[in-house]
Design a protein around this ligand. Structure first.
Ligand code: 13P
Length: 341
């Protein structure tokens, strides 16, 4: 099993490719649809995601797609199960398996992730449906006196127990401890919170005997808080992000795929590119790519707006962002590409 998992993990971070996170819960996608006046029904969610997954040449830049429980059970309009549609194109189907966030009792402003109960059985079912990797997201907020060590530890323990279960049940775990960009803090604060989170996560993964070559880490980039008056430029984001990764992530980890976390699509591409340029200079051992939801989907969703006649233009917008991020994963993105295309 382990060889197979390592091979899947390597395919997920193949050079110039990354992951499309399309695993928004129904509540989250409803919020995004509502802002654009798109009706949110089971059918419209299917139509939207089918539009994404059938974009011509998606497989050139996208190695895998993270699905939501509803979507992995859906069929495309021609009757083909969605995971099969992806696999036929050489895109690996994955699945979000956590059950969302709840408040951490006695720790105001902090949360932990639910979903370990019954997880083994759900993983077996998802694997039978074609999923080959899974995702679990822990969330860490920055604020007055937070994150606390209790929050970091609770999230790290859950991530490690989830990751071990995935590996035993034949799925590559994406381990995602997301330090949120909400707040007015500076990039250094984010850098230290991220480093503390990753330190706890790898401590827990080690204690729970999780295989590093059979997993993918999905971290945030070290960024200025969204409301910070000074937004750090890409070179500084790269320096701070790589500083935390180099101090915490074992060499044996197969790959790192960043979340976008609310950065605009162009900023996310520029930051990913700067990280790769710097990583090449530092000769870091891991592939560093993307696992974006918003930074890939914002423009195609805004163009699609629930109208079938916008499908081709929306698909072109998705491919454009996927191509730019594929280039950024190789350190070959240039903001000038945005104008030229
Ligand atoms: P964003 O890229 O929008 O942060 O989403 C990635 C993701 O999958 C969060 O879990």
């Amino acid at each position: 099993m382990s060889d197979e998992l390592a091979q899947i993990a390597a395919r997920m971070v193949a050079p110039g490719k990354g992951l499309l996170a399309a695993d928004e819960s129904t509540g989250t996608i409803e919020k995004r649809f509502k802002k654009l006046g798109i009706e949110c029904t089971e059918e419209s969610r299917r139509d939207y995601r089918e539009m994404l997954f059938t974009a011509p040449e998606l497989e050139k830049y996208i190695s895998g797609v993270i699905l939501y429980d509803e979507t992995i059970r859906q069929r495309a309009s021609d009757g083909k199960p969605i995971p099969e549609l992806l696999a036929e194109r050489g895109i690996i189907p994955g699945i979000k398996v956590d059950k969302g966030l709840v408040d951490l009792p006695f720790f105001p402003g902090e949360r932990f992730t639910q979903g370990l109960d019954g997880l083994a059985g759900r993983l077996d079912e998802y694997r039978r449906m074609g999923a080959r990797f899974a995702k679990w997201r822990g969330v860490i907020a920055i604020g007055e006196g937070i994150p606390t060590s209790q929050c970091l530890r609770a999230n790290a323990e859950s991530l490690a127990r989830y990751a071990g279960l995935c590996q035993v049940h034949g799925l590559v775990p994406i381990v995602e401890p997301e330090v949120l960009m909400d707040g007015a803090h500076d990039i250094k604060t984010c850098r230290w919170a991220t480093e503390a989170a990753l330190h706890e996560v790898f401590d827990a993964l080690t204690r729970y005997r999780v295989g590093f070559k059979d997993m993918i880490l999905k971290p945030n980039m070290a960024l200025s808080g969204a409301d910070c008056p000074r937004q750090a430029p890409p070179e500084e984001v790269a320096e701070m992000t790589l500083a935390c990764l180099r101090r915490t992530v074992p060499v044996a980890v197969t790959g790192i795929a960043f979340l976008s976390g609310g950065q605009s699509d162009t900023v996310a591409s520029a930051n990913l590119n700067a990280i790769n340029v710097k990583a090449q200079a530092l000769k870091t051992p891991w592939t560093l790519t993307f696992s974006f939801s918003r930074a890939l989907q914002a423009s195609p969703m805004a163009i699609w707006r629930g109208q079938a006649e916008n499908k081709t233009a929306a698909q072109q917008a998705l491919i454009r962002r996927a191509r730019f991020n594929g280039a950024a994963a190789l350190g070959q993105y240039d903001p000038e590409m945005e104008q030229a295309a």
